[in-house]
Design a protein around this ligand. Structure first.
Ligand code: PMP
Length: 356
């Protein structure tokens, strides 16, 4: 049993006796999971980068560490200081962990539309959580503007500004991108994911484009209500946001600085309806034993559809951003799903998993 486990760990590419330094040291080096069932259905290879295995439970641990380290390097954050951020939750959770580990205070502004699980976890991690009405970015009461204003009003505080501070994308350029390149041996046709800040897409995308001399395709997957698909497909026309999605943490109404000019290098974009993301969430639980949040399963739908566009034998990578634990009171509640018109999207034989 013990030696079998060692073999498995060795295959993952980790030294069996490796130790890492604290919370920060445990961020990254996540496995790349081959999604066998889906891949075999279409004769392609689909992989998900298991970002839910980060110590704070999401892809945003990398950004959180990058933002805090950058503020320290620039002398903006001194011992005993305060980190202030506006976040849908996962960046806040990553920051709350990093702040506890480094002895900073952490203040989080978030839209009150987010799941209770994320709010509770932030409080348990000692963050000062301030839920505010979920209003558009253009409104001065938007959670980001409130975070900026508050940071400016108190001494020794930094607004980490995940949307427009490119230390976020840089963290993915320096870690997630190289890990994917190494794990695939550079043999990948495309990378696709949804964006919130755009840090993951632009950081990984820029690295893979450079390493492959532009050969690896980079695609955006959008939830409904996000404007990036129409932006990419119209050659740069920014429409008003309309509609929305149950997928938390993704969707965008503007070109953030993290997405920046990289958006011009994107090879394509398309929208994935919530019905497909929810059906995939239950499918991956049933067939692969994976318990994922809805942005992850939107990404997998997108990778599956892109692999079909690229043809048999193609190899497509996406991101498994976090686990379902953070949203289970919604995603596994028949009443909640029904209230969003999504219960019927789940095939009858999989409805048994909706136990709440
Ligand atoms: N999925 C989830 C669950 C998230 O919280 C986020 C970040 N808000 C993303 C995906 C998107 O990541 P990024 O900000 O790097 O675009």
């Amino acid at each position: 049993m013990y030696s079998a486990l060692r073999t498995v760990i060795r295959r993952r590419g980790f030294a069996t006796n490796a130790t890492v330094n604290g919370f920060d040291g445990a961020i990254g080096n996540t496995p790349l999971i081959y999604l066998k069932g889906l891949s075999e259905r279409i004769g392609s290879r689909i992989y998900g980068k298991a970002e839910f295995q980060n110590p704070g439970g999401s892809v945003k641990d990398r950004a959180a560490l990058g933002l805090v380290s950058n503020a320290e390097k620039q002398g903006l954050l001194k011992p005993g200081g305060t980190v202030v951020e506006g976040t849908a939750g996962n960046t806040g959770i990553g920051l709350a962990h990093v702040c506890r580990a480094k002895g900073y205070k952490c203040v989080i502004y978030m839209p009150n539309s987010q799941s209770q699980e994320k709010i509770d976890l932030l409080k348990m991690l000692g963050a000062d959580v301030r839920p505010v009405p979920a209003v558009a970015y253009e409104n001065p009461k938007n959670y980001n503007h409130q975070a900026k204003e508050y940071a400016e009003s108190i001494p020794n505080a930094v607004w980490t500004n995940q949307f427009d501070n490119t230390a976020n994308a840089q963290a993915h350029y320096e870690t997630t991108g190289p890990e994917i390149w190494q794990q695939t041996g550079g043999k990948l046709d495309a990378f696709i994911c949804a964006t919130g800040t755009g840090g993951t897409l632009a950081g990984v995308g820029r690295y893979l484009k450079e390493k492959s001399n532009g050969k690896t395709q980079i695609w955006i997957a959008d939830p409904p209500g996000s404007v990036l698909t129409s932006y990419v497909n119209s050659g740069g026309k920014l429409n008003e946001r309309s509609g929305g999605s149950i997928t938390e943490g993704i969707g965008q109404g503007r070109i953030t600085d993290n997405l920046g000019t990289f958006v011009k290098q994107v090879d394509g974009a398309f929208t994935v309806p919530d019905e497909k993301s929810i059906a995939m969430l239950y499918d991956l639980l049933d067939t692969e034993g994976l318990y994922l949040g809805a942005s992850s399963t939107l990404n997998v739908v997108a990778a599956y559809e892109l692999a079909q566009k690229l043809g048999k034998g193609s190899s497509v990578i996406t991101v498994l951003c976090d686990g379902a634990y953070r949203y289970q009171s919604r995603l596994f509640s028949k009443t909640w799903l029904e209230s969003k018109g999504l219960l019927s999207a789940i095939p009858d034989h999989l409805k048994k998993y909706a136990v709440l």
